[in-house]
Design a protein around this ligand. Structure first.
Ligand SMILES: [Mg+2]
Length: 237
């Protein structure tokens, strides 16, 4: 018989707060592949970009002595570092920053909806939970990204770091969102894909955390991990 309970981390919770990028919405891998082909003549696949992106974030989150150092300055540093990790040279990476800028201006580059996101959000709301987003952005466009992914109308609260002037991992951004929701930290669960900026930061702010770790990059995490958002819901049989 199928279980009807949500993930144990959500037991008794009044609110579920999500990170946006890499959690609810994903980069438009097809456009990023096209840009790389134009800039460097290489055809990259979505899967290798997804893995390179995840490994790059892991270097940011858990720097190791002698390990790869990621330059976190400049526009689109995450994609720049991802392309660098896939072996594109410095000149190609530099030219890609401008190309991503132009593409992103036209349509948000994070416009891919996570395949599980709509039903997970709807199920949580159907069970009476408040559902919110806290996103670190460079340009204040998270609402636009959520709209491009078809998710915009589903949230009780959306907090964009660029618009409120404070970013994860600062506990103040969690307090701000919870204040808008009218929920205490211990009544909320945060779900995100960054170990440092989501999981550890949320825990430091008093929330419970669930790490979305689809590539199994964080076996030593101090909080529960899920492989996909659908793991928050009762299992289907
Ligand atoms: Mg993220």
């Amino acid at each position: 018989m199928a279980s009807t309970s949500l993930h144990p981390a959500l037991e008794g919770a009044r609110a579920c707060v999500f990170d946006a990028g890499g959690t609810l919405i994903h980069p438009d891998w097809e456009r990023l592949a096209q840009l790389a082909e134009e800039a460097a003549g290489r055809r990259l696949g979505a899967e290798e970009m997804r893995r390179a992106f995840g490994e790059m974030l892991k270097c940011v989150n858990e720097p190791t002595p002698g390990g790869r150092v990621i330059d976190q300055s400049g526009r689109h540093w995450t994609f720049r570092a991802m392309y660098g990790g896939l072996g594109l040279d410095e000149a190609a990476c530099e030219s890609l920053v401008g190309r991503i800028d132009a593409a992103h201006e036209e349509r948000h580059i994070w416009c891919g909806c996570d395949p599980d996101a709509p039903r997970v959000i709807d199920e949580l709301k159907g069970r009476g939970l408040l559902v919110a987003v806290i996103s670190n952005t460079e340009d204040g466009r998270v609402q636009e990204a959520l709209a491009a992914a078809g998710l915009a109308e589903r949230f009780d609260v959306v907090v964009d770091s660029h618009l409120v002037g404070v970013s994860k991992p600062d506990p103040a951004i969690f307090r701000h969102a919870l204040g808008l929701l009218g929920v205490e930290p211990h009544e909320a669960v945060f779900v995100g894909d960054s170990y440092a900026h989501d999981a550890l930061a949320a825990r430091a702010a008093g929330l419970a955390a669930v790490l979305l770790d689809p590539l199994d990059l964080h076996p030593g995490a101090v909080c529960p991990r899920i492989h996909r958002l659908g793991d928050l819901l009762p299992r289907e049989v």
